[in-house]
Every structure is written in structure tokens, then in C-alpha cells.
Design a binder for this molecule. Structure first.
Ligand code: SF4
Length: 198
């Protein structure tokens, strides 16, 4: 499978780590187009933690409305800015633990920022990666976070960043959520799901 493609999405296109983190926070349970609209509207108002804190929670919520959960996300953005400025000197951490100290940032978001923005050898686990890894039998995990932990134990560092894209593309093209194309799948000889159900 190809690795990262030219059209691959992620917060990497954001021009700085602060905007990457905020755009990742906005993407939770939101379609890409809605996240993009919310991100554009918000960053038209403020692009730094200090400028963001000059906005009221209501102003932030109104700007990010397209991405849903806007009240919670607006509250978390303000809390995140406070933590950044009060505890971290305004610098976005470059470790998973540091990123997960930020309100609204869980493991998936932290790993996406580490991989896309800081170019660390991390495999970020979204819904496609979680599904495919567990079907094939690379992992045996009920949650995406547990899948991420197990993949990290097994995957060599060089394979982690591209591995994210390999599994996503495979999951979108072949190992789709409903009716995976097992009959023509080149991995079916090695797949736990196929062996159990085929
Ligand atoms: S055999 Fe089916 S379930 Fe297994 S990896 Fe291929 S498409 Fe997915």
C-alpha cells in the first residue's frame, strides 16, 4: 500500500503547533468539511493562545459551531490556552504525556499531533486503523487507545507514521467497515477475521 498521499488530511497543514492542536480538538466527532469550516472561522479571529483568551467562550462557540459539540469544545479551547500560558510557557509539548495534559486532548489527538506536526515515529489510531488492526489480528483490543498501545509495542519505528496511512487506505479500499472484501483480499490467508468467519 502507498504511504502518505498528497491528499492525506491531518493538522499538518496548520502553520504552527498551537493551531494543529486546536484543529485536532475541533475534529472530534466531526466530519472533515465541518472541521475545516470551524477551523477557518476560529483562526480568522485568533491564532495564538493569548489572542484566543481575549475571546469569550460564546464567541469561540459561535465560530466553531459547524463542528458540533461546540460549547464543550469552546470551553476546552479556553482551558487549553490557560494551561499553555500558565504552565507551559506558551509552548505546545512534544511528548504524548505533555499533550494529554491539555484539556480536550486524548491519546488519538496527541498521537496525530506528534506524527503530523512534530514528525515523531508514532502510529496514530483512528477508527479505520482500529478496525483493520483488530480484524487482521495485529492487535486484540476493545478500544482505539489500547490498539495504539499494542501497535506501538509491535511496529518498528520506521513503519509507524506510514503504517497509519497503510491501514487507513487498506480500510477504506478493502477492509471496509461493512462487508469487507475478504474474497479478493490479499491478506485473507493471514486474517483472523476471515479465518473465523470465512
Ligand atoms: S480478509 Fe477481510 S477482514 Fe481480513 S483483512 Fe482482508 S478484508 Fe479485512
Amino acid at each position: 500500500m502507498p504511504g502518505r498521499t498528497a491528499t492525506a488530511k491531518g493538522p499538518k497543514d496548520q502553520p504552527d503547533p498551537f493551531r494543529s492542536v486546536v484543529s485536532c480538538l475541533l475534529s472530534a466527532q466531526s466530519r472533515d468539511a465541518n472541521t475545516a469550516a470551524a477551523t477557518k472561522a476560529l483562526f480568522a479571529l485568533a491564532t495564538t493562545p493569548g489572542a484566543m483568551l481575549a475571546l469569550s467562550e460564546g464567541m469561540i462557540a459561535a465560530a466553531i459551531k459547524p463542528c458540533g459539540l461546540y460549547n464543550t469544545k469552546a470551553r476546552n479551547i479556553r482551558r487549553l490556552c490557560h494551561v499553555l500560558l500558565d504552565d507551559l510557557g506558551g509552548i505546545v509539548p512534544q511528548t504524548r504525556e505533555g499533550l494529554m495534559r491539555l484539556p480536550g486532548i486524548g491519546r488519538k489527538c496527541a498521537d496525530i499531533v506528534l506524527s503530523f506536526t512534530f514528525e515523531k515515529d508514532v502510529i496514530a489510531v483512528d477508527t479505520h486503523v482500529h478496525r483493520v488492526a483488530n480484524r487482521i489480528g495485529l492487535t486484540e483490543a476493545r478500544t482505539a487507545d489500547e490498539t495504539a498501545r499494542q501497535l506501538e509495542e509491535q511496529a518498528p519505528p520506521w513503519a509507524r507514521r506510514d503504517g497509519h496511512f497503510w491501514l487507513i487506505q487498506f480500510g477504506k479500499a478493502i477492509c471496509v467497515a461493512r462487508r469487507p472484501k475478504c474474497g479478493t483480499c490479499f491478506l485473507n490467508d493471514h486474517c483472523g477475521y476471515f479465518t473465523a468467519t470465512g
